[in-house]
Design a protein around this ligand. Structure first.
Ligand code: NAD
Ligand code: DAU
Length: 355
């Protein structure tokens, strides 16, 4: 289905900013994108400054606001005649959810609820509209050595983050079953690529290598994640938005499982090749640290439904994607430094206070 005015929530974050760029640059979309973002610590306008410069006020509109603000959500739906929403805004970092779950409950659950309510109040019984919810494989819990998460795997979230995402998934489905809201939902594995906030594994490792700081590997380093290049996640979300069946969920994954310690060693090798650093010295920075409480052991995604029914494929080979990613972070030190120094908060104050 074709949409004209797509509201993207969380479009200043890692996946959202890459998604906006992907839609403008790699698809035949001719309509408008409205980006609703609260600009929390994880939302960075520098992530979309290129789009802002080219498209602001034409095909791209930024709305600085909180998804939990129902009245503002309704205003945005009406003002831009929104006919589809891709909902990404969330508190996204597991470690932060362990330290302070409150904001995860507020944004991920109450915020999704406010958006669903706004959709129902503005769209009423329209069927030519769509609520696409971007979720995570973490809702399925933790796997042993064998098996995969499928779309019918029972939910078994373990962290405050994954529990809040599971709740939001249930709410989205409830609005389909109860009120007939046209929804689709995707559950994706670990993304990597440019513009990821440097608190997640891959950017943390790259910047610590650069600064010759310890590379903190949680527990025994044998936890397994499935990795997917962010543009492949976004192409899948776009595919589901266009062709997904209403009311259905689709798993998205890289079919690319790595033990954390093996991934960190590979990153050390790529970093040494790219910078000329001594590989042994960089690997010597690896430090096993106290494990994350409730650390899920293994995630692995069966995404055959998406491949078979909607003909989606991953396109970025992991070694190539990782090398590109290492290069991007090294070439964008200023971006990282502005985050670390809080310079971008001043930039927000200057550029966004009147919007
Ligand atoms: P992120 O933390 O980089 O970005 C989140 C964005 O949401 C930020 O721009 C932030 O300012 C915004 N935001 C937070 N609270 C808000 C609020 N109350 N109102 C409006 N905006 C708010 O996250 P990400 O890694 O880009 O993840 C995006 C979505 O994808 C999340 O829903 C996450 O659960 C999901 N997801 C992420 C991954 C991954 O590997 N990163 C994998 C699967 C699913
Ligand atoms: O699976 C999808 C999820 O992937 C998303 O829903 C989350 O939003 C996203 O943050 C990510 O969650 P993880 O907890 O898997 O990502 P993180 O980068 O924090 O950690 C990846 C693995 O690396 C995990 O097993 C913990 C480990 N780790 C992480 C950090 C930051 C370390 O060993 N050391 C670290 O310093």
């Amino acid at each position: 289905m074709k949409f004209n005015n797509i509201l993207i929530t969380g479009g200043a974050g890692f996946i959202g900013s890459n998604l906006i760029r992907y839609i403008f640059e790699k698809t035949d979309f001719t309509g408008r994108i409205i980006n609703l973002d609260k600009l929390t610590y994880a939302g960075n306008p520098l992530n979309i400054v290129d789009i802002e410069q080219k498209e602001h006020g034409k095909r791209y509109f930024f709305e600085h606001g909180d998804i939990c603000d129902y009245d503002n959500d309704v205003r945005i739906f009406k003002q831009y005649d929104v006919d589809a929403i891709i909902h990404l805004a969330a508190e996204s970092h597991v470690d932060r959810s362990i330290i302070g779950p409150g904001e995860f409950i507020r944004t991920n659950i109450n915020g999704t609820f406010a958006l669903l309510e706004a959709c129902c109040s503005v769209w009423k019984d329209r069927k030519d509209v769509r609520f696409h919810h971007v979720s995570t494989d973490e809702v399925f819990g933790s796997l042993g050595a064998v098996g995969y998460f499928t779309e019918t795997t029972a939910y078994d979230p373990r962290s405050p983050y994954s529990s809040s995402k599971a709740s939001s998934d249930h709410l989205v489905r409830a609005y389909f079953h109860t009120y007939g809201l046209p929804i689709t939902l995707t559950n994706c594995s670990n993304n990597y690529g440019p513009y990821q906030f440097p608190e997640k594994l891959i950017p943390v490792m790259i910047y610590n290598m650069r600064d010759r700081k310890p590379l903190p590997v949680y527990g025994d380093g044998k936890n397994i994640r499935d990795w997917l290049y962010v543009e492949d996640h976004n192409s899948a979300v776009w595919t589901v938005l266009q062709n997904g069946k209403i009311g259905e969920s689709y798993n998205i994954g890289g079919e690319n499982e790595w033990e954390n310690i093996k991934l960190v060693n590979t990153l050390c090798e790529i970093f040494a090749q790219e910078t000329g650093a001594d590989e042994a010295e960089i690997k010597g920075l690896i430090t096993f640290v106290k494990d994350r409480p409730g650390h899920d052991r293994r995630y692995a995604i069966d995404c055959s439904k998406l491949k078979k029914e909607l003909d989606w494929r991953q396109s970025v080979d992991f070694n190539r994607g990782l090398r590109k990613t290492v290069r991007w972070y090294l070439d964008n030190i200023k971006w990282a430094e502005s985050i670390r120094s809080g310079e971008y908060l001043k930039w927000i104050e200057k550029n966004y206070k009147d919007r």
